[in-house]
Design a protein around this ligand. Structure first.
Ligand code: UD1
Length: 433
């Protein structure tokens, strides 16, 4: 490792590139499923137990928001218990609410349970303007009075939430989840047209159904929820994280080699198609998936990210990193979040040849990437840079590791399990996280 790299205050990850992947790992529990499930846990009185919960900072931040409201949330050894009995404070002013966008999901469940919530505008990755107008418009349709202030929003409903027919102009994942969370205890039936179809919506609905909710159509663009008067706590085994799976598969696609991923999930059709296009062989086995890459990645002539079942926007940075060393020219169009291309500046520091106009990027594969000091701008760009670092000659230092830790459990440990040479640097090592 290069001792001459200077590190700033923030933690970083150093990767000595050039190794081929050889190893196996168990895919962590799903970040995007556990966050709405944590919000759902406050819809009942009892103690919810979530097993296979990933040890990531978004989970800890969300737990802190719940504790800030007066509930109990305890994480131990991949098991999260939530007891909402003590929740009294419906004004969520926790600093953490700024840090984690999913805190906005507490508004649906708080409204359903307590009839009001005051919440700061949510934070999260800076991957584009992330308004919550669909959430608020839907709540209004369900009878909620909303007052928007400069930094926070007050929502209140007189009596019970009322079921409504809601049409989303875009299949927003968060808005679909929030409407479902509000509707399960509402009076009457709620229908969502143009609902998001992501697997995490299906998992949330399965969880709520286990709690006693009545939901039809999860995983389709039309979801119907019949409100019930009470839900009960359950114990839940969380499914594995499809984006983490895609991340590690892209490491194989970019660095070459082979890996086995223990997971119950499969790639979606489009993910399978793209990984195959890149040159990977994918074998489904009883307890997981094997991915093998024995050549230079092939280019992908055109890909647009789309809501599910399209190629996920969360996978775009991962794919772009791999394409940097492909044997041709690829085109990616970002169809969901406008700021995902900020990573390009970082990839160029490593020798990548990428041009972009607006939401379209053209990537001309180069034969060599080289190590550099690069900065993660958000969670998935951080993961993309780690993939590029594994593919590069020499040492790359990826700074702003805190973004990566939002969604990936011990990514350095996982990269090492795959035979890559990665190390935490700076403060994190001292703290022994
Ligand atoms: C979720 C995921 C995130 C993923 C994204 C898209 C979680 C915790 N996060 O984020 O990883 O990248 O889905 O698959 O599950 N929009 C509005 N108004 C709204 C809501 C959304 O204009 O009220 C726009 C957004 O700006 C964005 C698009 O809709 O352009 C998609 O956003 P959305 O699906 O809501 O994403 P999130 O739920 O925030």
């Amino acid at each position: 490792m290069n001792e001459n790299i200077l590190y700033g205050e923030r933690m970083s990850i150093e990767v000595c590139g050039g190794n081929r992947v050889e190893g196996s790992l168990k895919i962590q529990g799903s970040k995007n499923a556990v966050l709405p499930i944590m919000a759902a846990a406050i819809l009942c009185d009892g103690i919810t137990v979530i097993e296979n919960c990933p040890d990531i900072s978004d989970v800890h931040a969300m737990a802190e928001v719940i504790r800030g409201a007066g509930g109990e949330a305890e994480y131990r050894n991949h098991c999260l218990t939530i007891n909402p009995a003590g929740i009294q404070n419906t004004a969520i002013e926790e600093e953490k609410a700024h840090e984690i966008r999913a805190s906005v999901l507490l508004s649906g469940s708080m409204l359903a349970r307590f009839g009001k919530i005051t919440i700061d505008y949510p934070g999260g990755c800076s991957i584009g303007s992330r308004p919550i107008d669909y959430h608020l418009k839907s709540f209004r349709q369900m009878g909620v009075q909303i007052t928007e202030k400069e930094t926070y929003i007050c929502c209140e409903v007189q009596g019970h939430l009322r079921g409504a027919n809601i049409r989303l102009s875009f299949p927003s994942v968060g808005a679909t989840e929030n409407i479902i969370l509000a509707a399960v205890l509402a009076e009457g039936t709620t229908e969502i047209e143009n609902a998001a179809r992501e697997p995490e919506i299906v998992e949330l609905c399965s969880f709520l159904t286990a709690m006693g909710a009545v939901i039809e159509g999860a995983g389709t663009e039309w979801i119907r929820i019949r409100g019930v008067s009470k839900l009960h706590a359950v114990k839940w085994l969380l499914g594995s994280d499809r984006i983490a799976l895609l991340t590690y598969a892209m490491m194989v696609a970019g660095c070459g080699g082979k890996a086995f991923f223990e997971t119950e999930r499969s790639f979606s059709k489009i993910e399978y198609k793209i990984l195959s296009r890149l040159g990977c062989r994918i074998d489904r086995e009883e307890s997981g998936i094997r991915v093998i890459q024995d050549k230079r990645p092939e280019p992908v002539y055109y890909l647009r990210t789309e809501p599910y079942p399209g190629f996920p926007t969360d996978g775009q940075s991962l794919l772009m990193a791999v394409l940097c060393k492909s044997g041709g020219v690829s085109m990616i169009e970002e169809g969901v979040f406008e700021n995902r291309f900020r990573m390009i500046r970082q990839l160029r520091k490593m020798g990548a040849n990428i041009d972009y106009v607006s939401n379209r990027a053209s990537i001309t594969g180069v034969t060599r990437l080289h190590g550099a000091i690069v900065e993660a701008d958000d969670l998935r760009s951080g993961a993309g840079l780690l993939i590029a670092a594994g593919m590069a000659d020499g040492v790359t230092c990826v700074t702003n590791e805190h973004f990566i830790h939002r969604g990936y459990e011990d990514i350095v440990g996982q990269m090492r399990a795959l035979g890559l040479d990665a190390e935490y640097k700076g403060k994190q090592k001292e703290e022994g996280i």
